[in-house]
Design a protein. Structure first.
Ligand code: 15L
Length: 267
């Protein structure tokens, strides 16, 4: 399968590229700049997704897109608008025009960040973005629904937690996603015959999870990595309390710019 990988120079793509290539996908990589570890034989094409006119050659002959590109944390509105909203729209429209059949979209846990940590949420629950970044990912999910329902693309949104070789703190014990498990989710989005429009949580086998991922399991997802195997190490490290970040799933994305100062609970 010929697959375009956007955001190919980012940290997640660095972990993912060898795994996707080993799965037999023929990858075209794209980003503003080439990855600094670009290997001989890797097909790279520079493109700015905010530049709609540049995208036709990028998506030509592609059967699918894995869309990791964009701004990956909170940022000023102008940045989010260009990279995550205009960029996503331009890419989906170019994909439709070129006859691309499937898109796997790197959405984020931050579309749900203001759900409380004690609450277990599935993909049907109301969106509660915790940032302009989270709102832009909600836009990407909604855009995917439009291109699936009206134009027949097969779309998979992955609400990714935190991709890393191991969970780095207490919050990440609940939301951690090993790169191999992310690769498994992407392959379901690219290959499963029953995908029309789906939203899965991008997490490994996490005993402390706040998310109900039965929908992904119904499509065959069987995460191979368990965050609990890392819990003793993570819990041994003291963490500074933050009453807002500690209450909500989105963590520091919730307390950033929050008008209630530390120690004052939200009314
Ligand atoms: C995300 O969506 C970010 O892209 C990533 O950098 C992490 O901050 C992650 O969420 C997280 O919630 O830990």
């Amino acid at each position: 399968m010929r697959v375009l990988l956007t955001g190919a120079s980012g940290g997640v793509a660095r972990m993912l590229r060898p795994l996707l290539a080993a799965s037999g996908l023929q990858l075209r990589l794209s980003d503003l700049q080439p990855p600094d570890d670009l290997q001989a034989g890797e097909d790279f094409m520079a493109a700015d997704l905010a530049d709609a006119a540049a995208l036709a050659p990028l998506v030509r002959d592609m059967e699918a897109i894995v869309h990791l590109g964009g701004h990956s944390v909170e940022g000023p509105w102008a940045t989010i608008l260009k990279a995550n909203i205009e960029g996503c729209y331009n890419l989906y429209e170019a994909a439709f025009q070129a006859g691309v059949q499937r898109i796997v979209f790197a959405s984020s846990n931050h579309v749900m960040g203001f759900h409380e940590r004690g609450d277990k949420v599935d993909a049907e629950r109301m969106l509660r973005p915790d940032s302009r970044y989270g709102v832009s990912k909600a836009f990407g999910e909604a855009l995917g629904a439009l291109y699936a329902d009206k134009f027949g693309l097969r779309i998979t949104n992955l609400r990714i937690g935190n991709v890393a070789p191991a969970p780095v703190d207490r919050r990440r014990l609940a939301i951690w996603l090993h790169p191999e498990d992310l690769c498994q989710l992407i392959l379901i989005g690219l290959r499963h015959p029953d995908i029309r429009y789906e939203t899965f949580y991008g997490m490994s086998d996490n005993a402390r999870a706040w998310w109900d991922n039965r929908r992904a399991q119904a499509f065959g997802y069987r995460p191979r990595h368990r965050s609990e195997d890392h819990a003793a190490r993570v819990l041994a490290v003291a963490e500074a309390p933050d009453p807002i970040a500690d209450r909500f799933q989105g963590g520091a994305f919730c307390s950033q710019e929050h008008p209630h100062p530390p120690g004052v609970p939200k009314p």
